[in-house]
Design a protein around this ligand. Structure first.
Ligand code: LMR
Length: 334
């Protein structure tokens, strides 16, 4: 009887050790936007690819819509290792002490995705990601979203229309300066709180790519939007460095491949998703969409240009110049 008990016990222990050895590595991936956005879809794509390429040895759990953490908390959670992977907007790295990322917030610095990719997919992008390492964070990729429109309950056709408006912004000093330059009153706020703040009038307006505006239903509480394209909004996919480097090398290589494929997918769908969202806003009939003329757009560019000089030191003049060189942006030519 005793031998039998011992045998059963040993078998149970062996079984649980085996189960443990085969239990997948869980990677918690948290983000703040809806599942039906470029970032939402790309993170799901990555989860599927990761399961496929690792043959189930890694399980990526995606938590959308700030379900796990809001903007500020998610960065802290990543550093603590409570969450493993995030894709914060490039405008949200300043509070971490990596101010250089705010170079992406310089108004009109990128004309289009083509200009942008020269930076994100090249050596400048790689050197920016490397700046995260002393913070215990490893940057894996840049994922696109798109160019921002401004919205409010009153028309925005000229820079002067922003005067005195309370505008919700992300936590970037460059964005803050940009709205101050326009005479507006910028207010930093977590993404999850924007809809309610617009609805209750805590702020008058905001700016975002169309996919974010539409999936958060901001168009239901904003009567006007203008396709200003004044800033780019995109993401850095980041992981807790210690966690990532502690993964078995073969598994990590498979995950890196999954990330590579997810990045191609993300950057392929971003424009389509934003175009479809704009169409959704148009069809809703709730927001008047204004497309500025060439001259009106130039007026916005000129009004925001001083931000480039005022904030050059924050991101570093050399970095700024290297981006001008890549994209051909020339402040003197405006
Ligand atoms: C915002 O806060 O407006 C955006 O950064 C949200 C996002 O992640 O796209």
């Amino acid at each position: 009887m005793k031998v039998r008990t011992l045998f059963v016990g040993l078998a149970a222990a062996a079984f649980s050790a085996l189960a443990l050895a085969q239990a997948p590595v869980v990677i918690k991936f948290s983000h703040v936007v809806a599942a039906d956005t470029p970032k939402g879809k790309a993170s799901e794509f990555f989860a599927k690819k990761a399961a496929e390429l690792t043959k189930g040895k890694a399980k990526v759990e995606v938590y959308a819509n700030s379900a796990l953490y809001k903007d500020k908390e998610e960065m802290e959670a990543l550093q603590l290792g409570a969450v493993h992977m995030l894709a914060p907007s490039l405008s949200k790295f300043g509070p971490l002490g990596v101010k250089e990322f705010e170079v992406f917030d310089f108004p009109y610095i990128f004309d289009d995705y083509n200009d942008l990719h020269k930076v994100t997919q090249g050596p400048i992008g790689a050197s920016l990601l490397a700046k995260l390492e002393p913070k215990g964070i490893k940057g894996l990729a840049f994922w696109d979203n798109g160019f921002k429109s401004m919205s409010a309950n009153t028309p925005i056709k000229a820079p002067g229309d922003l005067k005195g408006k309370k505008m919700r912004i992300q936590s970037s000093k460059v964005l803050e300066e940009q709205f101050r330059t326009l005479g507006a009153l910028p207010q930093v706020m977590a993404f999850s709180e924007v809809y309610q703040a617009l609805q209750t009038g805590v702020v008058d307006g905001t700016d975002n790519p169309h996919s974010n505006l539409f999936t958060q239903k901001m168009h239901e509480v904003q009567k006007h939007m203008t396709i200003t394209d004044h800033n780019y909004l995109g993401y850095a996919v980041v992981v807790n460095k210690k966690f990532w480097e502690g993964l078995p090398p073969e598994l990590r290589a498979q995950l890196e491949q999954a990330m590579k494929e997810a990045t191609v997918y993300a950057n392929k769908i971003a424009k389509e998703e934003n175009d479809a969202a704009l169409e959704g806003v148009r069809k809703s009939g709730k927001t008047a969409i204004y497309v500025p003329t060439k001259e009106e757009k130039m007026a916005f560019k000129k009004a925001m240009l001083p931000v480039h000089t005022k904030m050059a030191d924050r991101v570093g003049k050399e970095l700024l110049q290297s981006i001008y060189k890549e994209t051909g942006f020339d402040p003197a030519k405006l």
